[in-house]
Design a protein around this ligand. Structure first.
Ligand SMILES: Nc1ncnc2c1ncn2[C@@H]1O[C@H](COP(=O)(O)OP(=O)(O)OP(=O)(O)O)[C@@H](O)[C@H]1O
Ligand SMILES: [Mg+2]
Length: 263
């Protein structure tokens, strides 16, 4: 069985500096990965490569069995769902929530003169409902709260029924209730055998939803640890990743971390 994503020795170099360097990483079908790492570690860069928006400077990338560089990326991108901060800037403020989700089916962020199929509309409404956005269809994107925008973009990411779903800090900026609501929804998705393979970037182990199976930790553009959460998500790896001594606790299927007291 081919991997959903396979990176071999991938580096992205800009202005003489490696943003990510020698990354080898693969996602097998059905795996749900958490990507952890401090600010500037290269997480978003890595996700952009996985989403086929950024070509590696060196190394090879295969997404859904297609090698980047020898495939029509426009077709490939239809098979990948991406929700992240980079998308927030691309959605017009005056576009309705329903249109924001619907336009994903046509591979564009702004609406044009397309006529949408009724089946597309019912799918978009069902996804909005699943993300807790029922009743918001006609609101414009610009009037939504941070959490509502995040949930709309995840619904959008799922619209094309992707084989790979990539989420960049989906819980950033949410209040405690919003975070817990999102973790619950992502947990339902992660545990749904028909849901796509997933990779989610986060800074906080508290945001890891039940059902996530693997963790990739990166620091300064390099892989620090990669593998099953059960073996790789340790206080030692987390401390090395974030560069300070941390304790890590597991509470059933959730996690928490904190710095060790000084002295
Ligand atoms: N086009 C670019 N040219 C030069 N440097 C860049 C470019 N894009 C990103 N960088 C740098 O690459 C590094 C990694 O950026 P990236 O956005 O991938 O980090 P990140 O892990 O997502 O960080 P954060 O947690 O803050 O979102 C950063 O130091 C950033 O300043
Ligand atoms: Mg980032």
């Amino acid at each position: 069985m081919t991997d959903v994503l396979e990176l071999v020795d991938v580096s992205v170099v800009r202005e003489g500096r490696a943003l990510i360097s020698d990354i080898s990483w693969s996602i097998a079908e059905g795996e749900r990965w958490v990507i952890l790492g401090p600010n500037g570690a290269g997480k978003t860069t890595l996700l952009q490569v996985a989403a086929s928006y950024l070509y590696p400077t060196t190394g090879t990338v295969a997404v859904l069995g297609e090698k980047l560089g020898s495939v029509d990326v426009f077709e490939l991108r239809q098979r990948i769902g991406l929700a992240g901060a980079s998308m927030l800037d691309r959605v017009p403020r005056d576009q309705t929530v329903l249109k924001t989700v619907l336009t994903a089916a046509y591979g564009m962020t702004a609406t044009w003169q397309e006529t949408y199929e009724a089946t597309d509309e019912s799918r978009a409404l069902a996804l909005l409902d699943r993300l807790g956005m029922r009743g918001y269809e006609e609101r414009t994107f610009g009037t939504l709260s941070e959490g509502e925008r995040k949930r709309t973009l995840i619904a959008r990411g799922l619209m094309t029924d992707p084989e790979l779903l990539l989420l960049d800090e989906p819980a950033a900026g949410l209040d405690l209730g919003g975070r817990e609501d999102l973790v619950r929804r992502l947990g339902a998705l992660a545990q749904d055998e028909y849901a796509p393979s997933m990779a989610m970037v986060t800074h906080h182990v508290e945001e890891i939803a039940p059902g996530f199976t693997h963790v990739l930790m990166i620091r300064q553009g390099k892989v620090l640890a990669a593998g099953p959460i059960d073996t790789e998500l340790t206080a030692r790896n987390l401390s090395l990743c974030f560069g300070l001594p941390l304790t890590l606790e597991r509470h059933g299927d959730r996690w928490s971390a904190q710095g060790l007291p000084l002295g």
